[in-house]
Every structure is written in structure tokens, then in C-alpha cells.
Design a protein around this ligand. Structure first.
Ligand code: TMP
Length: 200
């Protein structure tokens, strides 16, 4: 069976480090794996990503552009891959919009839910890995980033609200979320990921 897996967490929580590990674990099960990301994943989506990461805009514009990119991503990449039996691993998806645009920027969650229904219907990830880390540690990691984008330049309060919004999403959808304690060593995290993937 093809599976749609998403990875989430505040900037600096370390999810990118583990993408190759997760992909390898899935391949060891004989699955074909497609790694993709949001915002992005399609030529238009990548252009929208550039705007989203670098142009100042209203939080609701930001929200709608995230969903515009997502619309392309779902129709052109995610659903066709799943239909071919491919397992899709996406670095972020709609939980990020609830966490960043609602938790972080204060956009009404109800408006985001409306866009979610419009763009996705009842299409949801099968599994969401939330890489969770105290914000003091994740922002310290970001401080070393060379040319931070519009999101990475935000302060601790912003990321604290995002982290809390993610944890609330995990609480609301326990059947889909797995929280990964990202303060541990890479080896410990890899071991937990291996256990999670082995149950799929
Ligand atoms: P990345 O750095 O993990 O690739 O993600 C790019 C940025 O976009 C990151 O700071 C989180 C942000 N983002 C949102 O604010 N809302 C969303 O819906 C998505 C997918 C990403």
C-alpha cells in the first residue's frame, strides 16, 4: 500500500537531518519513495516558495499562497505518486499552515480549515512525524544559519507559538501524529524512527 508521510516541526528542530534515514528505512521495506517539500514540490510551487520566503506580505496572503502551492503539489505530484503505489515523504504539509500562519501569525484557524477543505477535501497524511524541540535550542541552531529567510529571522515568541500549535495538532489527531523528541542524539532518534517505520 502506498503511504503519505509528512514531517513537521519548527525551523531548526532537525527534521531535514532525518529525511534520508526515513527514506532508507522505507526503501528497505521494498517501497519506492518520493521525497518532496512544501512550500514547493512543483515548478510553480518552487516559484511561490521564493516569494513566500523572501517577500513581505499580509499573513492571509501568505496563507493563501501556501494553499495555492499545495493545490499544485497535491494534484501534480502527491496523488499521482500514491496512485502509482509510491510512498510519498513530504517535508511539511498543512499542519505547518495551522502552526505557522495561525499559531505564529494569528490567522483565524477557521479560515485555514475552509481553505483546507477547499484544497484537500478529506485528503490527509497517513502519518505525521513531528520533530519537537524546546525553542531555546532550535533558535540557537538557527542563529548559525547563513542567510536566514523571512521565517527564520523571527524571534523566540513566534517559534514558541508555532511549537505549541504543533503540539495541539498532535493532541487533536493522535492517530496520525508521532512526536519525536528531537533533543536526543541522532542515533537515538534514528532508532525510534526505525521502530515507527517498522510498524507501517
Ligand atoms: P523549510 O525551511 O522547512 O523548507 O520551510 C520553509 C518555511 O516555510 C518554514 O519556515 C516554514 C514555512 N511554512 C509555513 O509558514 N507554512 C506552511 O504551510 C509551510 C508548508 C511552510
Amino acid at each position: 500500500m502506498s503511504i503519505f508521510i509528512t514531517m513537521e516541526g519548527v525551523d531548526g528542530a532537525g527534521k531535514s537531518t532525518h529525511i534520508p534515514t526515513i527514506a532508507n528505512l522505507l526503501r528497505q521495506q521494498g517501497r519506492e519513495v518520493l521525497i518532496t517539500r512544501e512550500p514547493g514540490g512543483t515548478p510553480l510551487g518552487e516559484q511561490l516558495r521564493e516569494l513566500l520566503l523572501h517577500e513581505a506580505m499580509h499573513p492571509e496572503t501568505e496563507t493563501m499562497l501556501m494553499f495555492a502551492a499545495r493545490r499544485e503539489h497535491i494534484e501534480q505530484v502527491i496523488k499521482p505518486a500514491l496512485a502509482r503505489g509510491v510512498t510519498v515523504l513530504s517535508d511539511r504539509f498543512t499542519d505547518a499552515t495551522f502552526a505557522y500562519q495561525s499559531g505564529g501569525r494569528g490567522v483565524s484557524p477557521e479560515k485555514i480549515r475552509q481553505l483546507e477543505t477547499w484544497v484537500q477535501g478529506d485528503f490527509q497524511p497517513h502519518l505525521t512525524l513531528l520533530f519537537d524541540l524546546p525553542v531555546e535550542i532550535s533558535t540557537e541552531r538557527l542563529a548559525g544559519a547563513r542567510s536566514p529567510d523571512r521565517f527564520e529571522r523571527e524571534g523566540t515568541d513566534f517559534f514558541d507559538r508555532i511549537r505549541n500549535a504543533y503540539l495541539q495538532r498532535a493532541e487533536a489527531f493522535p492517530e496520525r501524529f508521532r512526536i519525536i523528541d528531537s533533543s536526543r542524539t541522532i542515533e537515538e532518534i534514528s532508532r525510534e524512527l526505525s521502530e515507527i517505520i517498522s510498524t507501517l
